[in-house]
Design a protein. Structure first.
Lengths: 313, 425
């Protein structure tokens, strides 16, 4: 297994294709642990990890927590609501106080872009970005790539259509940085205010017309449309959005055979995705969640320097 | 005490002088300029190998006094100005309380008299409490000593209010300065909108928020036949509008800051809050257009927009950090090294933009020139001195400057205000 030389995982942007493959291969070897009767290996025994979530999260926080626990690391959850942050403590002071307790890694989720980067400038511990504002969500893109690879056997040459609020989506950005590195072609779809032309410069195509874009797609990745965007006139109404950009059976028929449906969650059912599509045979949404644990185990393992032989212990 | 500055290369764009001359100063005024002056009872300053220029004037400074003396005071701001080569500075009205009445103006002027080492000219707000609704008592404020009017960071959004301010300003022959920003278009933005804001996931401030306001202001200025000064011009589209307006002889002048001339939005990769200011660092194309604009004279003035903030305020999440950078102590060296030494503009042009033109725009009759009878405000430059920017050596109370560690050639060697040496290396 090739070495993973980064101290932090701040984003996908700075990773090479070979580093991404290393993470995905490592995740492969962790996948089986979650199916065991005793879902635990001693790989990170004695390591302490802090889940530092300044923004609500169900999936990502639990996924990291279970990933850490299945590697026998001790994990503490920091909850913003009950923290000193609400008493006016600065982010930096909060982090410095937690760091004084000698954690081996900090997993950071924050509503502001660049916060994991900011923390890495004054913190000794490895920082794992669990989503920063509209910037990046690297482990989500990694688990998406892992799931695509698992379902489609390869990523190279696939047409991936990402639909929705591209402008504000960290999931979209991390996937835009990741999937083309592994040879996929990305088409972004959404209403013009949520899909600026400049995104073309990221080496992807953009299309405002979902009907046209979805033709021949191998993967359709739907993003949650945040209802508060409507008040800012990014689109006129949920009704109009649904008419133009919801994934319906009719639209899905235009995809390539055996195309898959993905969604990072949480879903606004009945808005971007109908219940029957979300629960259809083509949907791999719950598989994404399941794979998330293995991918996050791989990331923790590679950053915290577990020893390879211990994976099979 | 009389001062005799000997053998300096005197550059005075107002008179077209560029020659090795001596300057005799008496009672705060320049009394003689000639090739070889001999005088008794004088303190002699040897200015060989140095450039003697009319005192630099910074039209855009935030002194934070009264109200936020933890960031800067009239005293520390003036010391920073003197070190930066400025003999006069204009302070923006967004203090706490806002400089929207005679009381605050008189406080600034009287405190400056006691504590400042440079000339301080207050700018009052256009509207009461910078709310953009009701005009301040402009005549009373001019009488109290305010030299211009601006709502700076909280620019007047209501076009009717701006129209009346421009019209009324003619009564006093005073200057309206506008920070051109449509707040609806820029709301929530923290950096220039474009490729890099999408890359970094930060909310953008579109060029259009500046352009639409510049367009509005130019139309209103033309109709009112008033004089408008546009603060920190930063985008190509707005530059084009000013260029057209000047061709039409609309009375408009404009300024550019060193940071908008030297840095662009790609530098925000580090999420360094010292690169967060408003207007934000723009695209490479905008920076290029701004450099062309200073060459062509579309932009008249270089001003710093010195905006001190405490380390605690800046040591936070990028989105949370206040806008603004500390600029008084780095501006001159930055322009000398990056623009003059690299032949983007001539030294004479630089002096014109930072002394002659501000004095003319503000009608400061005895400043911005080196001639008998003028105020003895002089900036002496050493074009050969190499410096490394060190924020820990700032005279300013704050440290929020992104140029820390930059090696620059050319720096102020001495600052003389009213015949008094207020700074020397």
């Amino acid at each position: 297994m090739s070495a993973f030389k980064h101290k932090h995982l701040l984003g996908i942007k700075t990773l090479t294709a070979s580093e991404i493959r290393t993470i995905l291969q490592t995740a492969e070897s962790f996948l089986e642990i979650s199916t065991r009767e005793v879902k635990k290996v001693p790989t990170l025994r004695g390591k302490t990890i802090i889940n530092l979530f300044f923004e609500p999260s169900t999936r990502t926080r639990s996924s990291f927590e279970l990933a850490a626990k299945r590697l026998s690391a001790d994990i503490v959850n920091f909850n913003q609501a009950s923290s000193s942050a609400v008493k006016g403590e600065s982010l930096k002071d909060t982090v410095l106080n937690l760091e004084a307790m000698s954690p081996d890694a900090l997993i950071v989720r924050h509503r502001s872009a660049g916060v994991p980067h900011f923390i890495s400038t004054f913190c000794r511990s490895p920082i794992i970005n669990a989503g920063d504002g509209s910037h990046e969500h690297p482990t989500q893109a990694l688990l998406d790539a892992f799931t695509i690879q698992q379902k489609k056997k390869k990523i190279e040459g696939l047409k991936v259509v990402i639909v929705g609020d591209i402008l504000h989506s960290r999931v979209a950005r991390s996937n835009i940085f990741l999937l083309p590195k592994l040879g996929a072609k990305i088409v972004l779809v959404g209403p013009p205010p949520l899909l600026p032309q400049e995104f073309k410069n990221f080496g992807v195509e953009i299309d405002y017309n979902f009907e046209r874009a979805i033709e021949g797609a191998d993967v359709v990745m739907m993003l949650r449309i945040q209802l508060e965007r409507q008040q800012k006139n990014y689109f006129p109404s949920i009704r109009e959005y649904r008419n133009l950009y919801a994934l319906t059976k009719k639209r899905f028929k235009k995809t390539k055979k055996k195309a898959i449906i993905m969604h990072p969650g949480p879903i606004n059912k009945g808005v971007e995705l109908s219940t029957d599509m979300a629960e259809s045979a083509e949907s791999v949404i719950l598989k994404q969640v399941e794979n998330g644990i293995a991918v996050r185990m791989a990331v923790l393992y590679l950053l915290l320097g577990g020893k390879e032989r211990e994976i099979t212990d | 005490m009389r001062l005799l500055i000997k053998n300096g290369r005197v550059i005075d764009p107002a008179s077209g002088t560029d020659d090795t001359l001596d300057i005799l100063i008496e009672k705060g005024k320049i009394v003689d300029i000639r090739a070889r002056i001999n005088a008794d009872n004088v303190k002699i300053i040897d200015a060989s190998r140095l450039v003697v220029a009319p005192g630099f004037i910074d039209m855009h400074v935030h002194l934070r006094d009264p109200g936020r003396e933890d960031k800067e005071t009239i005293r520390t701001g003036s010391l920073a100005a003197a070190k930066g080569g400025f003999t006069s500075i204009l302070c923006m009205p967004n203090t706490e309380p806002v400089n929207d009445n005679r009381g605050v103006t008189e406080y600034i002027i009287s405190k400056a008299k006691k504590e400042s080492v440079v000339n301080i000219f207050p700018i009052a707000s256009i509207s009461k409490d910078q709310k953009g609704e009701n005009l301040t008592d402009i005549a009373d404020l001019v009488d109290a000593g305010d030299v211009a009017f601006s709502d700076d960071g909280q620019p007047v959004q209501d076009s009717e209010v701006m129209r009346r301010a421009l019209e009324y300003s003619k009564l006093l022959n005073t200057l309206i300065i506008d920070h051109c920003e449509d707040k609806n278009l820029s709301e929530g933005g923290v950096m220039h909108e474009g490729y890099y804001s999408y890359l970094f996931g930060l909310k953008g401030i579109p060029s259009s928020s500046e352009e639409t306001m510049v367009a509005r202001d130019l139309i209103l200025t033309e109709k009112a036949d008033a004089h408008l000064h546009i603060a920190h011009l930063s985008v190509k589209g707005a530059i084009d509008l000013v260029k057209r307006a000047k061709k039409k002889k609309i009375k408009v002048t404009a300024e550019a800051t060193p940071h908008h001339l030297l840095l662009n939005d790609s530098h925000l990769e580090t999420y360094d809050t010292n690169l967060k200011m408003n207007p934000p660092l723009r695209s490479k194309e905008d920076v290029q257009a701004l450099r062309e604009a200073i060459k062509e004279g579309i932009v008249d003035v270089i001003a710093t927009d010195h905006a001190p903030h405490t380390p605690d305020e800046k040591d936070v999440e990028f989105e949370k950090a206040p806008f603004g950078i500390n600029g008084l102590e780095t501006a001159v060296s930055l322009i000398l090294d990056r623009l003059v030494n690299k032949d983007v503009i001539s030294l004479k042009k630089f002096i014109e933009m930072i002394s002659t033109s501000p004095a003319r725009i503000l009608s400061l009759e005895n400043k911005g020139k080196i001639s008998p009878g003028a105020d003895a405000d002089l900036t002496i430059l050493n074009l050969y001195q190499e410096i490394v920017v060190d924020i820990d050596k700032f005279k300013s109370k704050s440290r929020n400057n992104p140029f820390h560690g930059w090696k620059l050639k050319g720096a102020p060697a001495m600052t003389i205000v009213g015949g008094k040496i207020v700074y020397s290396t």
